[in-house]
Design a protein around this ligand. Structure first.
Ligand code: CMC
Length: 437
């Protein structure tokens, strides 16, 4: 793997930790990141002592050093490249955020223009690729289609299988970001049995996506400014979130030397799970069930407390006080409703559910608060995005984060990710051939 110029200042060693390993003392460096996060650097532990660490779910394990995104879960802080998410949400566009994450600094206007042109140029899919959609059954889940199609894109762009330099990377990133939007919209059209709508070079990233989703051959769909702003915000708020399950997957797959498309396709699969990006779909199903009278709020909460089910859109591995994206999404729901002159009973139910949960000991003791998925589906519903596309929307939004993390790892020449285990199976025994068993 090519090792490029190092763009991240590595953490600094600020002291040592002494660990007593059944009588033997081992000293290990303590490192500190730029925001004061500290870690015991165990990279030499096994070599020196024969011990490994055991951390199911990686709750206490830092798998990399990264300069892309900072999350402080205790204080509810999220920053892309040092910039608070509240400021980013107010004053950027999705392509601008993608470049910020990929390059570590907000792009100059001419660079953003060049990147936006690339996004427009690459929106088409190769005709051969378009035919792949025919093979999927109409009821195929769009996340399955998305992952399969991202891998297939690489078959039509073999020049992108091995990234040579930063310009090459930018080209690959633009192709991925642009085509993923077309693939998502085509998969929706496929599920409806409607003709696919080609991209329109006159439109911006979000407007073009909504056009491909909702235009028909005989009627051009024109999204309102509020709708474009709402989807732009949705994408920006999902753009990166440091070492979550799907991003860690992209890095894990990339660490074997696998190409960007394969790594991102794997990340899509990781995102699909209901504990991760799939939660946004389950939140709406839960709220709909309550709304349709199938369930009361208190019955829902009681079942959750009996651990018969999860309160979807609640809880987070890192955030233990609030998720800063929630406030922005809740406000965006109100803004879109006001602009469109509509309302949605699911928003009232969600707010009521939140009020009950945040005062209930079960949730308070476990530090469970609404996460990004709690209100995002209500926003998507207001724009008319269908339920089975919610996690695909998350995937489009998270694409810059996956690419940026893959790229950071590629620049540093990461070692292959290969965790250890504590073996608990049978000790050595003699194998008995089948005729004597
Ligand atoms: N509803 C009810 N109980 C919960 C919930 C929930 N949503 N989340 C966590 N708990 C309980 C859990 O049962 C455990 O209880 P106990 O201490 O009695 O065993 C305690 O809270 C700690 O939870 P955990 O499972 O150890 O926490 P985790 O860090 O392993 O999991 C999580 C984090 C997000 C997977 C989890 O909170 C969850 O399953 N939430 C619901 C699904 C969801 O909304 N996912 C979206 C996550 S944010 C965006 C994204 O990543 O896509």
């Amino acid at each position: 793997m090519k090792v490029n110029e190092k763009k991240v200042s590595p953490s600094s060693v600020i002291g040592t930790a002494s660990i007593d390993l059944m009588g033997e003392t081992v000293e290990l460096p303590i490192v500190e990141g730029s925001e004061g996060e500290r870690a015991i650097d165990i990279r030499t532990l096994r070599k020196r002592t024969g011990y490994i660490t055991l951390d199911d779910g990686y709750t206490n394990t830092g798998s990399c050093e990264s300069a892309i995104t900072f999350v402080n879960g205790e204080d509810g802080i999220l920053r892309y490249g040092g910039y608070p998410i509240e400021q980013i949400a107010r004053s950027t566009t999705f392509p601008e955020v993608a470049l910020l994450l990929l390059q570590g600094a907000p792009p100059p206007a001419r660079e953003l223009k060049r990147f936006s042109q690339k996004l427009t140029e690459h929106a088409m899919l190769h005709e051969g690729l378009r035919h792949h959609f025919v093979g999927f059954p109409p009821e195929a889940h769009p996340m399955a289609i998305l992952s399969a199609m991202i891998n297939s894109v690489s078959c039509y762009h073999p020049d992108l299988l091995r990234i040579g330099d930063e310009e090459h990377l930018l080209d690959a990133a633009a192709k991925l970001l642009s085509k993923v939007r077309t693939i998502a919209a085509f998969s929706y059209k496929k599920s409806l049995g409607e003709p696919m709508i080609y991209p329109d070079a006159e439109r911006g990233y979000v407007s073009n996506f909504l056009h491909m989703m909702f235009s028909k051959p005989y009627t051009e769909y024109e999204p309102s400014d509020e709708e474009v702003r709402a989807i732009q915000l949705f994408f920006i708020l999902h753009a990166d979130h440091e070492q979550n399950c799907s991003t860690a997957t992209a890095r894990m797959v990339g660490s074997s030397g696998a190409n960007l498309f394969a790594s991102v396709a794997a990340a899509v699969c990781a995102l699909w799970g209901p504990l991760h990006g799939g939660a946004n779909t389950n939140v709406i199903k839960m709220l709909e069930k309550i709304h349709e009278g199938g369930d009361s709020l208190s019955a829902t909460i009681d079942r959750v407390k009996r651990k018969e089910e999860l309160l979807w859109g609640f809880g987070h591995r890192v955030y233990k006080s609030s998720d800063p994206r929630v406030k922005l999404l809740r406000k965006a729901c109100h803004d879109v409703f006001q602009a469109k002159g509509i309302s949605d009973p699911l928003l009232d139910i969600a707010q009521e559910l939140e009020q009950i949960a945040v005062k209930d000991d079960y949730f308070v003791e476990r530090k469970l608060y609404p996460n990004v998925d709690f209100y995002s589906g209500i926003l998507l519903r207001a724009i008319g995005i269908p339920l089975n596309m919610y996690t695909v929307m998350f995937a489009i939004g998270r694409m810059p984060g996956w690419i940026a993390n893959w790229a950071e790892s590629w620049r540093h020449g990461s070692r292959i990710h290969r965790p250890r285990q504590i073996y608990t199976g049978s000790t050595e025994r003699d194998f008995v051939p089948i005729d004597r068993r």
